[in-house]
Design a protein around this ligand. Structure first.
Ligand code: GLP
Length: 240
């Protein structure tokens, strides 16, 4: 695992967007795994800018998002589908027929999990998986637990995640469950890029980089990936 320390979130977004854009220029039908949350937003802005300047086309890219809340329809402003549509897909020329999401439908969701894993494999695997990290070390919605997950599954969110994310839910209570790609799905990506900025991530960054590799800090498994890079800023690197 390579650790890259940069001055701030803007510098990180420049570096990460360049890697993604470079990949898509070399392989226009690349398969990209995307994350939601605040961490990748600046990177998405740089990708939109590059698209607007005509420097890259995402038209042939296939995407897989990491996770979705259980019980939120796509049109819900708090759904991750909505987030991706607003923050990237509709502004950077992505083909929505190549955009893949776990369903947030409580009934359909579980059966769609197995399907999702197969779809990733059928697409040839993920070329670059972008990740953030939860304050508790989660990746996607793989919460700390006694074992590492493999394929996509339904997860009960921990109190710590509910505390961190409920600020976004102003009109309705935050769901207690979500669907997420498993740790195995993430680890099968050919390249992984994780972004962690701000002091609130310092403990998670320390555990991920210096602590034991354990499912109690799911992000720590990235140390076993042959091509994983963690981009951190001064604040999130504070405890290293
Ligand atoms: C959320 C998402 C993750 C995200 C993480 C960090 O709960 N499920 O995919 O990476 O928490 O979010 P943020 O970037 O807003 O700190």
């Amino acid at each position: 695992m390579e650790v890259v320390l940069l001055e701030n979130a803007i510098e990180i977004s420049k570096a990460v967007s360049s890697i993604i854009i470079e990949k898509v220029r070399k392989k226009p039908a690349a398969v990209l795994g995307f994350a939601t949350g605040a961490s990748p937003v600046e990177t998405y802005k740089r990708m939109i800018e590059a698209y607007e300047k005509g420097l890259v086309s995402f038209r042939n890219v296939t995407t897989f998002n990491l996770d979705e809340y259980c019980g939120l329809p796509r049109e819900d402003k708090n759904s991750y589908y909505y987030f991706m549509k607003e923050n990237l897909f509709s502004k950077a020329g992505f083909d929505f027929s190549k955009v893949n999401f776990l369903s947030g439908d409580p009934e359909e969701g579980e059966s769609c999990c197995e399907e999702y894993g197969k779809k990733i494999a059928a697409a040839g695997g993920i070329d670059i998986q972008l990740l953030g990290v939860g304050t508790n070390g989660h990746i996607g919605f793989n919460e700390p637990s006694d074992s590492f997950s493999d394929g996509p599954f339904k997860v009960r969110l921990t109190e710590s995640t509910i505390n961190s994310n409920s600020k976004y839910f102003t009109e309705r209570p935050m769901p207690n469950y979500a669907f997420t790609m498993g740790v195995g799905d993430i680890m099968r990506a050919k390249k992984i890029i994780l972004i962690a900025t701000g002091e609130s991530k310092a403990k998670a960054v320390y555990s991920m980089v210096k602590g034991p590799v354990t499912p109690h800090c799911p992000a720590s498994i990235l140390r076993y990936h042959p091509d994983a890079t963690i981009f951190i800023d001064r604040e999130s690197a504070k405890l290293l």
